[in-house]
Design a protein. Structure first.
Length: 793
């Protein structure tokens, strides 16, 4: 018997829908409170109940505000709709919205674990959607089956419980809960100006964080340093105590080697502060070395390391690698100096040199020979990794790479040489090699430690060769980590998410049995100092344009600048034992005394505001000095940004599949016709479905000449010949766009705007047209064009 038959009137449809929305909103609020509690669990424990409650309300401010707005707006809409089809559509739309809010909250737990902050557009750009690194791949790996089950289960509970409660209970309880949530939101926002001891990023809602990052200027704000002239290009750090220069060796130093352990911080390296005995060869050879306890990478990223090491400078403060921004930079590179002084040069990499365009960078730097794992056979095989966002993470054993270096030296054993080698197995996803040992229970960390062990075996193999061949006395070896790697310290993983010690503090030593005898130095040095130190010890002229200085320079400063522009624009310095970090996006500051707090656990910025303000001013001056040096270098070399070097063509990378005819496209720029292209290599699906591998194999690059005005604005690309065999048939002609490149900038699907509804969308790493339609790409506008636009308004 239904309610009407029992004499109880049925609830109006719009009231039932409104109750479902109210209950869904209330339950969603509870879910988000649990998620936020997990995200802040470390900060919520140990304090008073009142403090923890206030912190939780502050963290829930944006979360619950979104819930309140969605719930109240949709409740009002369904009441106005008065049931019917529109009411059902609105109810479904609210359910989808609530589900997305819940899933982003759960996904944020993964992001906070790895990055210490929500995912932003800067991180999407940093992942290999723009050919840089592996942040999104790491997130994919930590999203386990358990996480997926939790997500699906949460959705079922959210919507199922709301549906049941909406039928059996009135809306009084969820209305009361909404009132309490509103009170908490007001309380949370009222605390925004007070210090919480928790970073702003950890308190931010992931939807708000991502939305506000789209189109945001990634530069540094709020660090205005004083203007300096060219004569004053000195960092504002105190002078360092000079390091005694080694005496003239009995046998001249003829050769130089840079051995870079990939992703290796000082706190993972035995001989520095590493707890695990995974670098015994490096430790053993320190008795013929000068080891540095305060060595730093300027940027925790592999391609930026190459710029610092081979151009002897701190890279431009930019989220785009300097040689990508300025490909014709006429700097003086270390390999060029070595060649000018009669050394043959080579760069070896265990991994794929196409990753982050390493090959282009080191070739531009002047290396005569450039090799990676694709250039040799390796008995232990190639470690392959299928990545969603990157095709270039494969590597061979570091031991095989050292064998190739030895072969290269042996080709002309009497000729002096300069060789640089970067290991590969310690780069994420961490290839553990043969016969891995168990150092720790965590598999990912254990894989890393085993990879580091193999890299150290390769180092030992190379050092043994130098001894056996009689080259050790006349060879300077610079061994270091290219940057750090985080394993949960400060809430981050991998390396580019921060500039804490685990990200930028690296092992570094100079090795030569004639020059060094096991001493250690507390001099603060950086990767940019490698080149000048090599030229100093090999007695070559050092270019005056280099920003780095020999570690034996008498006029060195006792400080160093570093930055990471992808997780908020982080920039900081170390001077003596003072470490300062500034977030250019949020204005947050961190101040540490590394003498008493080497793990950076006690942020002194709040308790020592005057010292923090002075450090902020000093950082502003350092940034101003560095920017002026970069401007001087670019002006001196006449470098032009890539946008000005190849603005005469559009490059389109595309693939597709064909039914009757090959997919065709048409291109326009600023409303003018450019021309068309045809994917003749597209596989046919007329008789069978084609695989993704077949589609990928048909990837084709088209170069389309174009004549542009001074300020090109947009490119439009159209799919012309959709064909479909019909429901249940395989025949279908579709066009897949991988990328569009113009004026040095490559645009991916995250920069495409659809011109027609339901004609295409993102599909893996492609934009897929499944109907005739078009996309628009708004081109980056340079500063001159922008200034002209503003002047005309």
């Amino acid at each position: 018997m239904n309610n009407t038959e029992r004499g109880t009137p049925a609830r109006p449809a719009n009231q039932s829908q409104a109750h479902f929305i109210l209950w869904t909103g209330a339950i969603l609020g509870v879910f988000l409170a649990v998620v936020r509690g997990i995200a802040l669990s470390d900060a919520l424990t140990g304090g008073t109940i009142a403090r923890s409650a206030l912190l939780l309300m502050r963290g829930l401010g944006q979360d619950w505000l979104i819930v309140l707005v969605l719930t109240l707006v949709f409740t009002a809409l369904v009441r106005t709709a008065n049931g019917g089809v529109l009411g059902r559509v609105l109810t479904i739309l609210f359910g989808v919205s609530a589900t997305l809010v819940l899933l982003t909250g759960l996904a944020n737990l993964v992001a906070l674990r790895m990055l210490g902050a929500p995912l932003t557009m800067d991180w999407v750009a940093y992942s290999d959607l723009t050919h840089t690194d592996v942040a999104l791949d790491y997130m994919r790996r930590v999203v386990s089956a358990k996480v997926v089950v939790v997500g699906v289960g949460s959705i079922v509970v959210l919507l199922g419980a709301a549906a049941v409660l909406a039928r059996t209970h009135s809306g009084a309880v969820p209305k009361l809960m909404m009132g309490l949530m509103a009170f908490a939101v007001i309380s949370g926002f009222a605390q925004r100006s007070s210090s919480s001891g928790v970073s702003v990023a950890r308190l931010q809602n992931p939807i708000v964080a991502f939305a506000t990052s789209v189109g945001r200027d990634s530069g540094i704000k709020g660090l205005d340093g004083p203007a300096t002239d060219q004569a004053g290009l000195a960092m504002p750090f105190a002078p360092a105590d000079p390091l005694p220069h080694p005496g003239k060796p009995a046998k001249p130093i003829r050769n130089a080697i840079i051995f870079a352990y990939e992703s290796t911080p000082a706190n993972q390296t035995k001989g520095w502060t590493g707890p695990h005995d995974v670098t015994p060869n490096l430790t053993a050879i320190l008795d013929r070395a000068l080891a540095f306890d305060r060595a730093y990478a300027h940027v925790p990223a592999s391609n930026y390391f190459l710029v610092s090491a081979f151009a002897a400078l701190i890279p431009e403060l930019s989220p785009i690698s300097m040689l990508s921004n300025w490909p014709d930079l006429d700097a003086i590179f270390v390999p060029e100096v070595m060649r000018a002084n009669g050394l043959r040069t080579a760069f070896f990499n265990s991994s794929d040199n196409r990753f982050q365009d390493t090959e282009g960078l080191v070739t531009a730097a002047g290396f005569e020979q450039v090799g990676d794992y694709r250039d040799w056979d390796c008995e232990t095989g190639v470690y392959e990794y299928a990545s969603v966002t990157d095709k270039y993470l494969n590597t061979s054993s570091d031991l095989c790479t050292v064998s190739e270096i030895v072969k290269w030296i042996e080709q002309r054993p009497d000729d002096p040489f300069f060789v640089s080698f970067r290991t590969g197995m310690t780069h994420y996803p961490y290839f553990s090699g043969e016969n891995p040992q168990e150092y720790v229970a965590d598999k990912t960390y254990n894989d890393y430690l085993n990879a580091l062990r193999v890299g150290d075996e390769a180092f030992g193999k190379l050092m043994a060769y130098l001894d056996q061949s009689g080259l050790a006395d006349e060879t300077l070896v610079v061994v270091l980590g290219d940057h750090g790697e985080a394993f949960g310290q400060h809430g981050t993983y991998v390396h580019a998410a921060g500039i804490n010690e685990e990200n930028v503090h690296i092992p570094m030593a100079l090795i030569n049995p004639q020059l060094f005898n096991g001493t250690r130095s507390d001099l603060i040095v950086g990767v940019a100092d490698i080149g000048p130190t090599i030229t100093d010890l090999l007695e070559f002229p050092t270019p005056s344009s280099w920003q780095g200085r020999s570690v034996f320079d008498a006029d060195r400063k006792n400080g160093i600048l570093f930055f990471s522009p992808w997780n908020g624009f982080l920039v900081g310095f170390r001077e003596d034992d003072e470490k300062f970090i500034y977030n250019g996006n949020t204005g947050e500051m961190a101040l540490y005394d590394l003498a008493t707090d080497p793990g950076e656990l006690n942020n002194l910025a709040a308790t020592k505001p005057e010292q923090a303000a002075a450090a902020r001013d000093k950082l502003g001056t350092a940034v101003a000095v560095h920017n002026q040096y970069i401007d001087w270098l670019l002006t001196r070399s006449g470098a032009a940004k890539l946008e000005q070097t190849d603005a005469n063509e559009i490059e389109i990378v595309a693939t597709g599949m064909r039914f009757k005819s090959a997919p065709e496209g048409w291109v326009m720029m600023d409303g003018e016709h450019v021309g068309g292209f045809k994917l003749t290599s597209a596989p046919s699906n007329a008789d069978r479905a084609v695989t993704q591998a077949e589609i990928d194999a048909a990837l084709t690059t088209f170069h389309m000449p174009v004549t542009t005005g001074p300020c090109p604005r947009n490119i439009e690309l159209f799919f012309l010949n959709d064909e479909w065999a019909g429901e249940g048939q395989t025949g279908d002609t579709d066009l897949f766009i991988r990328s569009v490149k113009f004026a040095g900038t490559t645009y991916y699907f995250n920069r495409f705007t659809a011109l027609n509804e339901r004609t295409g969308g993102a599909s893996g790493e492609y934009y897929r047209f499944w109907r005739n339609g078009g996309i628009r790409i708004d081109l980056d506008l340079d500063q001159t064009c922008l200034s002209n636009d503003l002047a005309q308004q």
